[in-house]
Design a protein. Structure first.
Length: 157
């Protein structure tokens, strides 16, 4: 019941109140609402693809009981990737999600600390023989993403 209540509150302040209080035609409010969600969804999907579906990332298959045979932290490092760490604009714009490994390992630490943590995590991963996946630009991450989805698309089941 709480979900329905909060959805009603959301749609009221996002769609109904602007139409009534700002005297904006309902279709313009609806166009803005849909544009907002399409753009936000596109940005999030791009960030998540560049952080998870790139060369070097593993895609472990659970055993018959649904378990993955790795420690939690190792799993986070092996299945995620960082990109564009030296680009402050990207880091700001995506709220530190370009530091995906650190985001997974330290979800309760504010993203402004990820740049300082990243070098420690990277050196620790290498110390333990783990591959730390990093693409130094969005272009390289996108190229890596396209390469892996091409390879995955050619695999037979």
């Amino acid at each position: 019941m709480g979900l329905i209540f909060w959805k009603a509150v959301y749609f009221t302040y996002i769609l109904i109140l602007p139409t009534i209080l700002l005297h904006i035609p309902w279709y313009e409010v609806l166009i803005g609402f849909l544009t907002l969600h399409v753009v936000a969804g596109l940005i999030l999907s791009i960030v998540f693809q560049l952080a998870h579906v790139v060369e070097g990332a593993t895609f472990p298959i659970p055993d018959e009981k649904g378990n993955i045979q790795n420690e939690w932290a190792i799993h986070q490092i092996e299945t995620t990737a960082d990109f564009s760490r030296n680009n402050k604009l990207i880091t700001f714009y995506v709220g530190g999600l370009n530091y995906q490994i650190e985001h997974h390992l330290f979800p309760r630490i504010c993203h402004i600390h990820y740049p300082n943590i990243a070098s420690i995590v990277e050196s620790t991963a290498k110390e333990f023989g783990l591959r730390y996946i990093y693409n130094d630009s969005i272009g390289k991450a996108f190229k890596s993403h396209m390469s892996i989805i091409t390879k995955l698309g050619r695999q037979t089941i």
